[in-house]
Design a protein around this ligand. Sequence first.
Ligand SMILES: [Zn+2]
Ligand SMILES: [Zn+2]
Length: 74
Amino acid sequence: MPQFSNAFACIQCGKVYRGGATLKRHQRYECGKAPEYSCKVGNCSYKSKYKFTLRNHMIAKHGVIMTKPDTPYK
Ligand SMILES: [Zn+2]
Ligand SMILES: [Zn+2]
């Protein structure tokens, strides 16, 4: 069992979060949603729901730093 004093479990997928706000963010943005960002280096099949996670992956795995965002900002 988790030792967190404030553990919140997602009723959809069972992921446990320490804070209610984090769980809400998960349910709103993550849970049940397909990853939007995919790694385009070589034949890598890594996908992420967050741009910064993909960015970290690319730096850690490929040594690539994304300079341009996938989707242009307005
Ligand atoms: Zn969930
Ligand atoms: Zn990759």
